[in-house]
Design a protein around this ligand. Structure first.
Ligand code: FE2
Ligand code: FE2
Length: 289
């Protein structure tokens, strides 16, 4: 089933995140394997994950991003409510391991619940609930490399700190005169709002949510996969003072996205009324996608 395969590969990328950025203790019964070996995402990465990054780094050019923005940012694909979008996204079902893998809706609820348990603001809980809805791009035929994966600025030189940076060797922007310096087509300190990031579920959802969420929530959505910036501190030349403040929120959010995955399954039916109420505080019945 195609949709199941799509979801499986989406999750394959996400599984590389915790070994790279997690601080969860690793338990091994094999005395020959030191913990660091378990944390070596390069050694661990499945061939499908490497192939994913090979395609992503080759095809995410400035022109590609601009084309996707022309296609999607007018938000003319459909109109639907937020909970409806969660159910729509949930068509991406990973049936390869039904006992341990969470559905998309379960991941969203788990993230939101982890934030709620920490007594964070209501918009923060809501952002957790929404943060991956941009993955509906998959349902509209976008390939995985244009939906998930670490994001990074385009229109300037690629940083060596991006995961599998060697695959940028095949990206045509490597030869584009506009993209040779660390600032490229941008002004130093221009701020990330002025910077084009590689296209994916984060960027798309940011545009959907702009009218509804506070700036901090929008930053969590737009930058949550931008590990080169929020974890590796690359592309500092492009950041404004305001970005540094916003990135603190992104890092704050990231722990809930990464570490809620191993917790118990949320009860969707039981939680639905609470979240429908929260959604109605911030959103009309339908929004543009
Ligand atoms: Fe995500
Ligand atoms: Fe997520």
């Amino acid at each position: 089933m195609k949709l199941a395969t799509e979801a499986h590969n989406l999750d394959a990328w996400e599984e590389t995140l915790e070994p790279r950025y997690g601080s969860t203790p690793f338990v091994t019964t094999d005395p020959e394997k030191r913990p660091e070996q378990f944390r070596d995402y390069r050694a661990e990465a499945r061939p499908s994950v490497k192939e994913f990054y090979r395609l992503n780094h080759r095809h995410q050019t400035l022109d590609f991003v601009l084309e996707k923005k022309r296609q999607y940012v007018p938000l003319e694909k459909m109109r639907m409510g937020v909970w409806e979008a969660m159910e729509y996204l949930n068509q991406l079902v990973d049936d390869s391991d039904p006992d341990t893998d969470l559905s998309q809706i379960e991941h969203l609820l788990q993230t939101a619940e982890a934030i709620r348990k920490d007594d964070r603001p209501r918009w923060f809980v809501l952002t957790g609930l929404l943060h991956d809805l941009g993955k509906i791009l998959c349902l509209w035929g976008e390939p995985q490399w244009a939906v998930v994966g670490d994001t990074f600025p385009v229109g300037c030189a690629f940083s060596e700190k991006v995961v599998f940076a060697e695959f940028f060797a095949d990206n045509p922007d490597r030869l584009d005169p506009r993209c040779q310096s660390t600032t490229g087509i941008y002004e130093a300190g221009c701020g990330l709002a002025a910077v084009h990031l590689s296209w994916g579920h984060d960027e798309y959802l940011y545009h959907v949510m702009r009218p509804y969420l506070p700036t901090e929530g929008l930053a969590m959505i737009r930058y949550h996969s931008c590990y080169p910036i929020h974890r590796e501190h690359a592309y500092g030349e492009l950041l404004s003072a305001a970005d540094h403040e916003l990135l603190r929120w992104v890092v704050d959010f990231n722990q809930y996205d990464l570490y809620s995955k191993s917790r118990e399954r949320p009860d969707v039916t039981e939680l639905k009324p609470y979240y429908l109420d929260l959604i109605s505080e911030y959103f009309p019945a339908e929004i543009a996608w």
